[in-house]
Each structure stands twice: as structure tokens, then as C-alpha cells.
Design a protein around this ligand. Structure first.
Ligand code: OGA
Ligand code: NI
Length: 211
């Protein structure tokens, strides 16, 4: 864990606003390794149009989202991705469980690429028939992202009246938020936009639990 991050501040933000933004999140070397893996997946054409809905209602709808994704399989992945999973499992999850009083049991991650023009309309990260996601986390991998490149994550706050906050998808920035309650959207990107995006889960995957 990056020792320069003031986690107490981020835990307080999670408690009061249900989201927080953490810069320089991953240890530098791990970040570089995940980014190089992303570029390899992309070069090998392994990302595919993402769908919406869960297993039973899954569909591709280009009016809602136009990103391309690949799910990462912890049982069949490169050393770099295995190191990433180890970091999530051994460092991040215990820290979040302790400080946010959660009981995260599992996780799922994908690589996501928004091509120029790509967007994802306003949504929650939980579907009606699927409520296993506790926290959403997106780590951006866009070095040299400039103002005007678009692709901001717009988060609608839980205040009354709701306000919106735009987060630029700059390299090694983490956005963490409650999956069930925080409405958000991805504004059109003007350049290719990369992230490793995932969910921290209430129940282990594949226990017959819907989700
Ligand atoms: C998602 C999502 C946000 C982002 O994949 O569900 O909302 O900033 N991503 O990429
Ligand atoms: Ni989302």
C-alpha cells in the first residue's frame, strides 16, 4: 500500500459520501505491470463489447454503454495480474474490512477500454436480480490524460439536492464507491480510455448465489 495515501481521510469520505478518490493508489511497479498487461490484451484483440444486465437478462445495448472489456480469471492469468489479485486480496480487502466494518468475501475484475466516443450512461452497479456487489472500484490507466480529453466519471452525490462531481480518469487514480447506492456515468471520451475495474463482493462467487 502506498504509504503517502491518507487512508483515514478516505474512510471518512466513504462513511459520509459513499465514494472517495485516491491518487497514486497502486505501488508504482504494480501499476506499470498492470498497464503493460492491458496493452497486451488490447494488442491481441481480447477485449469485446460489454453488455448490461446479469446472466439471465444480459444484452449488448450500444445506447447505454460502448466500452470493450475482458474479465480477468485468477486461475488463468499472467504473473502481473496474479500479483494484482494478491495485492487486492492480502492488502486492500483486509484494510477495507477493518476500517469500513465490511465483510468482503470475494472480488471480480475486468479490463475496460472506452474507444474514442465511448460512454456509459447513468446507472448503479447493481442489477435487480443481482446484489452481490458491495463496493465498486475503478483504477484508471491513462498517463498524459489532459483536460478536454473527456471521459470523466460523473458521480451523483447522496446529498439533497444531489450534486455531481466529475472525476478525470488519470493514471493510477482509484475511485471507490458503494455499488448499490451511488449513481454514476462515464462522459464521452475523446481518446481511448483504459481502466481496471472491479467489484468487492459480499459472498464468494459461485456459491449458487445470484450474482
Ligand atoms: C462501470 C463503470 C466507471 C468508469 O464499469 O460500471 O461505471 O469510470 N465504470 O469507468
Ligand atoms: Ni458503473
Amino acid at each position: 500500500m502506498n504509504i503517502n495515501v491518507d487512508w483515514d481521510k478516505h474512510f471518512e469520505e466513504m462513511a459520509s459520501h459513499e465514494f472517495t478518490v485516491v491518487d497514486d493508489f497502486l505501488p508504482r511497479e504494480l501499476y506499470e505491470h498492470v498497464l503493460s498487461q492491458f496493452d497486451q490484451y488490447k494488442e491481441n484483440d481480447l477485449l469485446e463489447p460489454a453488455g448490461i444486465g446479469s446472466l439471465t437478462t444480459y444484452q449488448i445495448n450500444e445506447n447505454v454503454r460502448t466500452d470493450e472489456i475482458v474479465w480477468l480469471d485468477r486461475n488463468n492469468c499472467s504473473t502481473e495480474i496474479a500479483n494484482y489479485f494478491r495485492f487486492i486480496q492480502e492488502e486492500l480487502i483486509p484494510m477495507l474490512n477493518r476500517n469500513l466494518f465490511l465483510s468482503i468475501k470475494d472480488f471480480e475484475f475486468m479490463l475496460a477500454y472506452y474507444p474514442p466516443g465511448g460512454f456509459y450512461k447513468k446507472h448503479l452497479d447493481q442489477f435487480k436480480d443481482r446484489n452481490n456487489r458491495l463496493l465498486s472500484m475503478v483504477i484508471y490507466m491513462n498517463d498524459n490524460w489532459q483536460k478536454g480529453d473527456g471521459g470523466e466519471l460523473e458521480i451523483f452525490t447522496n446529498e439533497e439536492p444531489s450534486q455531481s462531481i466529475r472525476v478525470e480518469p488519470i493514471g493510477n487514480r482509484l475511485v471507490l464507491f458503494n455499488s448499490a447506492t451511488v449513481w454514476h456515468q462515464v462522459l464521452p471520451a475523446h481518446k481511448g480510455r483504459k481502466s481496471i475495474t472491479g467489484w468487492l463482493l459480499k459472498m464468494p462467487q459461485g456459491l449458487g448465489f445470484l450474482g
